[in-house]
Each structure stands twice: as structure tokens, then as C-alpha cells.
Design a protein around this ligand. Structure first.
Ligand code: AMP
Ligand code: ZN
Length: 130
């Protein structure tokens, strides 16, 4: 099983923020911004182009998580990102959408993709779960 299939199965712990019949969403362990979430299909799909229906299946979950991040964390906007293929930066070969909340103190594309080791994952998770 791949690492994200292990997460869906509960064999590897994750900070789950949302789940439906076909999708699972959890906090990225190494976030760009507070609340950086990965939304994945529960079934294994290697990459975007391997299955024409997978992205549509998880679209309702992506929208639901976006609303949750705005409501609970006060995100004023979000970036959606899919890395498809190693050359694009895909490291885990189980399709996932990065949902990256954005805040007024660090706006714009130039502030999108720098990991922030100072983010308090447990604190973010508590705010999302409340
Ligand atoms: P990508 O480079 O698009 O394949 O993104 C993979 C993402 O998965 C990275 O942002 C990692 O920080 C994240 N990641 C890897 N392992 C875990 C894990 N066990 N729990 C949460 N996020 C993870
Ligand atoms: Zn998998």
C-alpha cells in the first residue's frame, strides 16, 4: 500500500479534517501556510492523468474543505495545486489536491510555496476541529 492508502486505512496517523464516501482530507505535515490540507480519493490513483473520473469524484470534498478553512481559520483566499509527475514535484504517487489557505499578511503568488516550519499543526487542528 502507498503512504496515503495507509492513511485512509488508518494504519498511519493523520489530522483528518474531512471525509465522505470517496474522499479523505488531512493536514499536510509540512505546510506552506496554516491549514494546508491534502484532499485525496480514498481509492488509489497514481496521478491525475491515470483516471479521468478521479478529480471529479473529490471535487465536492475540495469545495467543502475550502469552506471549512475559510470559516474556521479565517482564510481570505485559497490556492489549489496538483503536482502531476515527478518533474512537477509530485513526491507521493497517490493523487492529491493541495488546498492552501491564504492570509492577508502574505499575499500573492510569490508567497505561495515556501514551507513554514513555525506553523503549529496541533493548534491549527484544534481550531479546525472545534
Ligand atoms: P507532492 O509533492 O505534491 O507529492 O506532495 C506530497 C505532500 O504530502 C507534501 O506536501 C508532504 O508534506 C505531504 N506529506 C507526506 N507525508 C505525509 C503525511 N504522513 N501526512 C501528511 N502529509 C504528508
Ligand atoms: Zn494510494
Amino acid at each position: 500500500m502507498c503512504i496515503f492508502c495507509e492513511i485512509v486505512a488508518g494504519n498511519i496517523p493523520s489530522k483528518k479534517v474531512y471525509e465522505d464516501d470517496v474522499a479523505y482530507a488531512f493536514l499536510d505535515i509540512n505546510p506552506f501556510h496554516a491549514g494546508h490540507t491534502l484532499v485525496i480519493p480514498k481509492r488509489h490513483v497514481d496521478r491525475l492523468t491515470d483516471d479521468p473520473t478521479a478529480l471529479g469524484e473529490i471535487a465536492p470534498a475540495v469545495t467543502a474543505v475550502a469552506a471549512l478553512l475559510q470559516e474556521k481559520l479565517g482564510a481570505e483566499g485559497l490556492n489549489l495545486l496538483i503536482n502531476s509527475g515527478a518533474v512537477a514535484g509530485q513526491e507521493v504517487f497517490h493523487l492529491h489536491v493541495h488546498l492552501i489557505p491564504r492570509y492577508a499578511d502574505n499575499p500573492g503568488m510569490s508567497g505561495l510555496a515556501k514551507r513554514d516550519p513555525d506553523i503549529d499543526l496541533d493548534g491549527v487542528y484544534q481550531r479546525l476541529s472545534a
